[in-house]
Structures are given as C-alpha cells and as structure tokens.
Write a protein that binds this ligand. Structure first.
Ligand SMILES: [Ca+2]
Ligand SMILES: [Ca+2]
Length: 191
C-alpha cells in the first residue's frame, strides 16, 4: 500500500523550497546585475572606439554645439550628462547619429561626409537613441581643448587623464558621480 505524505511533511518540503529560493534569489539577481554591467561596459567601449575612430578619420573630435564646424584650443571640454537640458540631449543624440553614419545633422556642426558607420546603432535609433539597459543616455565627456584631461567639472572626472569618458548612470538611473555620499552605482568606462 502506497504511503501518503502527511500535511506536515508537505509543509516541511515547501518550507525548505522557500528557504532555498530565498537564498538563491540574491545570487541570481547579482549575476543578472553583473551581466548588465558587463553589457554597459561593452557598449561604452564601442562608443569610445567610435569617437576615437571618427577623430582619426576626420582629424577632429565629433563634437558640435550647433554654432561652429570645428572645435579649437580655446573651447571648453564637452561634458554632457544633464538630461534635463534640451541642449545637452540634442548634442548627445546628434553625436550618436553622426557616429552611426548619418551625414544629415549638419545644421548642428560637424558631418560624417563619408557616411562611415563608426557605431552600430540600435534598430530604432530615432525612437530610443543610444541608451543603456536602464533606458538612460550615457554620460559623455570629450577633451576638446587637448590638454589630456576633463577639468573644472566638479565631478568624478576631475583629475582623470584621457580624451574620452563615458559612463552609465547605473540601475538607479541617477547620475551620482561627483556626489560624496553613497549609493554610487554609476558604471564608468575607465575603471
Ligand atoms: Ca581638456
Ligand atoms: Ca547611479
């Protein structure tokens, strides 16, 4: 005769399953987060390479403020991360279009006259732009005055040496670099 499970046994098994699930959940979440951080870093490296390759091809950084065709040594560096600013959003989006082989945003300055595809855009560039997993544009800074650093920003970029910096605002979708208190979950391309 088959032995039936008692209610107590079933409850014990369910409790064990619940405990195991609660132990596994943080591990799975951490693995997922790490995968997304890795994805963001890969995206940022592609963007950095695209900007660098544009500079190699056209002998100027792919920058535009809408008023001039070429940066000069008197310019301030470009630092775009304030997405409440329509101008900064426009510069970022035009930069990405330029890198994705568009030669059309010439009203805002530089062109990509050879229509080289420096950056593979997502399928719906016009709808989503180039954003991270969490839906934010990446922070972008470029050394336009060629002193090898981004200075005077009052952020984490001060003191960093290099020409191109890109960062993701991270899972909390807030730009926190430059703040002194945690949490800091931004993901920089340079660390
Ligand atoms: Ca500089
Ligand atoms: Ca953040």
């Amino acid at each position: 005769m088959k032995r039936k499970f008692t209610l107590i046994e079933v409850l014990v098994v369910m409790a064990i399953i619940a405990i195991l699930a609660s132990l596994l959940f943080p591990v799975i979440s951490k693995v997922k987060l790490n995968a997304r951080i890795t994805e963001a870093k890969s995206q940022m490296i592609l963007m950095e390479n695209a900007i660098s390759n544009y500079e190699t091809a056209y002998l100027t950084m792919p920058w535009s403020d809408g008023t001039t065709d070429s940066p000069s040594s008197t310019l301030n560096d470009a630092v775009w991360h304030d997405w409440t600013s329509a101008d900064q959003c426009r510069y970022y989006d035009k930069l990405m279009e330029l890198l994705a082989c568009s030669n059309t945003p010439n009203a805002y300055g530089l062109r990509n006259t050879r229509e080289t595809r420096f950056l593979q855009p997502p399928q719906k560039l016009s709808e989503t732009g180039i954003v991270d997993f969490w839906g934010n544009r990446f922070g972008v800074a470029m050394d336009l005055n060629s002193d090898g650093r981004i200075s005077g920003t009052g952020t984490h970029l001060d003191g960093q040496t290099g020409k191109i910096f890109i960062w993701s605002f991270g899972p909390n979708r807030t730009n926190e670099w430059g703040e002194k208190t945690p949490p800091r979950d931004d993901i920089p391309s340079w660390k």
